[in-house]
Ligand binder design. Structure first.
Ligand code: GDP
Ligand code: MG
Length: 199
């Protein structure tokens, strides 16, 4: 297997959820210390990939200010992050996709290199980040060759990412040295607590 380079990788920021715990506000656009959450992710994630896509199901005009391609889920009814991953896999022209959620402002600048190294070392088509305690499924790298498997799974009405992963060999990318990079905000209260801690 050849080494994976940045040119081989498209990144997708998953911002397609309903954010029910955020009272339905669009999570990527919620301010954290005065800046939309997605901007933190773009700043650290974009330099790690050759192309970046934003997956959002609302507010395309606002998201388009960042200058990246915006894609909606190709599956109806907000059926979860896997739908965003599938829609991105269907679009990309690189052999690999790396995913990150829009609500994780402390994302690691070594996320993509760790995921690539794990796939390369273990010769798999999927790698998933691990924070030392558990897998972090929305921080993963997937080879485009898996698109038909993912589409078939979603078409059957399946939703769970872990269950889809379990159909394939996966490599685990150890990011236990940087657990904070997986911290993500699912409610306004969590944002307020974190803002106060940083003061
Ligand atoms: N495309 C897409 N993304 C989703 C959907 N539901 C959730 N997500 C995204 O998946 C990520 C994780 O969702 P989140 O609600 O934060 O889950 P949790 O933090 O694991 O409890 C976020 O970036 C969401 O925007 C969906 O139906 N479609
Ligand atoms: Mg979250």
């Amino acid at each position: 297997m050849q080494k994976i380079t940045k040119n081989d990788i498209t990144g997708v920021i998953l911002a397609g959820g309903q954010a029910r715990r955020m009272k339905g506000q669009d999570k990527g656009l919620i301010l954290f210390n005065g800046k939309p959450l997605i901007e933190y992710v773009i700043e650290v994630f974009n330099p790690q990939v050759s192309k970046l896509i934003i997956n959002a199901n609302r507010n395309h005009v606002k998201y388009s200010q960042y200058g990246f391609e915006i894609i909606s889920d190709e599956y109806p009814d907000y059926c979860g992050p896997l739908a965003g991953m599938a829609s991105a896999l269907n679009k990309i022209t690189t052999p690999y996709l790396v995913t990150a959620p829009c609500d994780s402002p402390f994302i690691s600048d070594s996320l993509v290199s760790c995921l690539s190294l794990a796939i390369f070392n273990e010769n798999t088509e999927i790698s998933v980040a691990h924070n030392g305690e558990r897998l972090q499924p929305v921080f993963c790298m997937i080879k485009k060759t898996l698109i038909s498997s993912m589409n078939a799974y979603l078409t059957e009405g399946e939703r769970k990412i872990d269950k889809w992963f379990s159909q394939h060999p996966i490599a685990i990318a150890d990011l236990s040295h940087f657990p904070k990079s997986f911290e993500n905000f699912n409610s306004q209260e969590e944002i307020i607590v974190s803002e106060n801690n940083n003061d």
